[in-house]
Design a protein around this ligand. Structure first.
Ligand SMILES: [Zn+2]
Length: 450
């Protein structure tokens, strides 16, 4: 599919998923490789996530998670190997029977016995993996590169003969010998593997290393490139992003990033990154408003809390506190927000119960409470709130009480009062609904956020 923009003659390259990326003679080489506007997600909560220390998923929970991920729009759902246990095999079959839109994969060792069992479960494809670093070759499976290459080709040809998709990945790719790795990937590309995988199994890679390796690999194979990043050094989202910039096509994620040790690239965090880079692609493909319910479901299943600083859903992700920030946010949310909470079905909150508050935030709160004051009166009550907040931490109710009693004391000096009370008559909810209907960039959060 090719197209030409009639206005400026800029051509658009043919890309997967019907998305276009503009090109012109002055773009740097990197932009031609970049897939930031046309990537696919391989969601591995039900494989990598099952390796999380707290994870124990019943069949019902697995099905519930799979259905939600499917509704969200992930391209693939990866499941634990059926060779892991009898229940794992049964769960794999049960999820395959759901008839989801997402393709179902299972993750198996590069071993004919595992591959034979996996192809009988009804999956759409196999993610085949073997360790290639000298550490793993010496201390884990004990096989050399000649054996690995021979077995890989045998397994790939077998899976393809069954009409299924197959990915071949090394494990611990960033501590594997580059020449070994490239010649192995070249060999599996030649026999028609659908994807090769790069896995930062130990979480050691930096974004620049990722960019270099993926870009080098992009020049060696013609198949898709899947990437898998552990978060031991906090780089999992940045590494995924750099991999896409360098030409990777698929990113592995898990909900809340759960996985072995401290996990992998989180689905929500990756969405936060990518919606900033490629808003149209991300918003048209993924149900961003489902992130919170999916995270809540998984958090409950594995008995953890969503981290306070989690992208998008951390409790303070859209809370603005300092007076200067609050004033600007109330005028135009883009001043201090790169993400729009409305895109995720969420609302922002301007914190007004603190010593850092400013009168603009308090003015908004006064209006939410259905009260009317002049600016000078709002400034006076703001001074009272700040004075108390200097003495002790205050709650929203404390600040509201100060506002209400100040307003009552105004008596005749108060401007004409609107006969409504946000808390009592459900006004807050009504304003919230109106705000949602008005679409994005509604300047004032009305949720109390107790
Ligand atoms: Zn992993």
């Amino acid at each position: 599919m090719c197209g030409t923009d009639g206005n400026n003659g800029v051509s658009a390259n043919s890309v997967a998923n019907g998305a276009f990326r503009p090109s012109n003679p002055y773009q740097p080489v990197g932009d031609f490789l970049s897939n930031v506007g046309r990537f696919k997600i391989i969601e591995s909560t039900l494989r990598e996530g099952e390796q999380f220390a707290n994870a124990y998923f019943t069949t019902e929970t697995k099905i519930e998670i799979a259905k939600k991920l499917d509704a969200f729009g992930v391209d693939y759902i990866e499941l634990t190997s059926p060779a892991a246990s009898e229940q794992s095999r049964l769960d794999c079959e049960a999820i395959c029977k759901l008839g989801l839109k997402a393709k179902i994969l299972t993750h198996v060792r590069c071993d004919m016995r595992d591959a034979r069992m996996a192809v009988e479960t009804g999956v759409d494809g196999l993610d085949v993996v073997i360790g290639t670093s000298s550490f793993l070759r010496e201390h884990s499976h004990g096989k050399d590169m000649v054996y690995i290459k021979k077995t890989a080709i045998e397994v790939i040809e077998f899976v393809k003969s069954k009409g299924l998709e197959v990915r071949f990945s090394s494990e611990d790719s960033f501590r594997s010998d580059l020449v070994d790795l490239l010649s192995l990937y070249q060999a599996v590309d030649k026999v028609g593997v659908h994807r090769v995988g790069i896995a930062d199994t130990v979480g050691c890679a930096s974004p620049r290393q990722v960019y270099d390796l993926v870009r080098t690999l992009r020049g060696v194979v013609s198949c898709d490139i899947e990437t898998h990043f552990h978060n031991d050094t906090g780089c999992s989202i940045a590494n995924a992003y750099c991999a896409l910039e360098a030409g990777a096509t698929h990113i592995d994620t898990s909900v809340l990033g759960i996985g072995e040790r401290n996990g992998i690239t989180p689905l929500g965090g990756l969405m936060a990154r990518m919606v900033v880079t490629s808003p149209e692609y991300v918003k048209s493909k993924y149900r961003l408003d489902m992130i919170k319910e999916i995270e809540d479901l998984v958090a409950e299943a594995v008995e953890v809390n969503t981290p306070f600083n989690n992208p998008i859903t951390g409790f303070c992700a859209f809370t603005h506190k300092a007076g200067i920030h609050a004033k600007a946010i109330l005028n135009n949310p883009s001043t201090y927000e790169i993400l729009n909470p409305a895109d995720f079905g969420l609302t922002r909150y301007v914190h007004f119960a603190s010593r850092l508050t400013g009168w603009n935030a308090v003015k908004t709160r006064v209006a939410q409470l259905g009260l009317v004051m002049t600016d000078d009166q709002v400034k006076a009550v703001t001074a009272k709130i700040k004075a108390l907040a200097d003495v002790r931490p205050i709650a929203i109710d404390d600040a509201d009480s100060i506002i209400r009693s100040f307003h009552m004391d105004l008596g005749d000096r108060a401007p004409v009062k609107q006969n409504r009370d946000a808390k009592q008559n459900g006004e807050a909810e009504q304003i919230k609904q109106e705000a949602k209907q008005n679409g994005e960039r509604v300047p004032v959060e009305v949720e109390i956020g107790a």
